[in-house]
Design a protein. Structure first.
Length: 259
């Protein structure tokens, strides 16, 4: 049975080349569609959906723990969260496919619970808590695992989103720094908890002498004792091996004699 086609990207060269599906971007994209749909619905019909966000220590506001990440106050709020959320969550699905789902849902629920317990009395909405959780998870995962690729990813996160650190301070009254701190804490905890879980591995092979057969009987039978073989390397191996076989003769070789 034929499977549906999926978009792929090629990674590596030669024997290390492999095709990687772009499915890791599907769920982050789907989440953004939901967030934008809710925002447009709220904007056009003036539904005051911020009231479904988190209001700390109100029992009826516990539903906001689930709903607050998909609620946004204005176009600037949702626009600022869209690209970082997509990039960071896609990176987690790509580099940590085994941990992506628990990281997403644990970050979602527990960062919201921390806001509900400790934050100031106001409505807290938006996906920025998730962004801080994901950025923190990626950064500290690279450090804890001591993996060159993941460390490079950590440095990239610092380069792209190092400015997030300012969101941890109560600089702007309308910004929920409590949500940012909660997300950052959850990200650190998850990085430590999943530190021994295997990340995505990439194809990495090197040719050794054992990979090259030294049985030349077929070539000797086909080409004779004296030959050059210069075009038998496989197409997917960027290597051409030249063999030169020549029958050795002793310098003082005497003809056989019979009695």
């Amino acid at each position: 049975m034929n499977k549906g086609k999926t978009f792929t990207i090629s990674v590596g060269k030669g024997i290390n080349k492999e095709e990687i599906s772009l499915d890791f971007m599907f769920k982050p994209f789907l989440l953004l569609l939901v967030i934008w749909f809710v925002f447009l619905l709220d904007t056009f019909f003036d539904l005051r959906m911020y009231e479904f966000g988190i209001f700390p220590q109100r029992w009826q506001s516990l539903l906001g723990v689930v709903l607050s990440p998909i609620l946004h106050g204005d176009i600037k709020h949702i626009a600022n969260n869209t690209i970082p959320l997509f990039i960071l969550l896609s990176a987690i699905y790509f580099f940590y496919p085994r941990n992506a789902k628990p990281v997403l849902w644990i970050s979602w629920i527990f960062s919201g619970l921390l806001v509900w317990i400790f934050a100031r009395e106001s409505y807290h909405i938006g996906a920025s808590g998730l962004i801080y959780a994901f950025a923190s998870f990626i950064f500290f995962s690279g450090i804890l695992r001591s993996n060159a690729n993941l460390l490079a990813l950590s440095l990239l996160i610092v380069f792209l989103y190092g400015g997030l650190v300012w969101g941890l301070a109560p600089i702007e009254e309308r910004v929920s720094y409590e949500g940012h701190i909660s997300g950052g804490i959850i990200g650190v905890i998850l990085a430590w908890y999943f530190r021994k879980s295997e990340p995505r591995t990439f194809k990495s092979q090197r040719l050794t002498l054992e990979d090259i057969s030294d049985d030349l009987s077929h070539e000797i039978e086909k080409y004779g004792q004296d030959y050059w073989m210069g075009h038998t390397a496989r197409n997917d191996y960027p290597l051409t091996i030249h063999y030169h076989i020549q029958e050795k003769k002793e310098p003082n070789e005497k003809p056989n004699s019979t009695s």
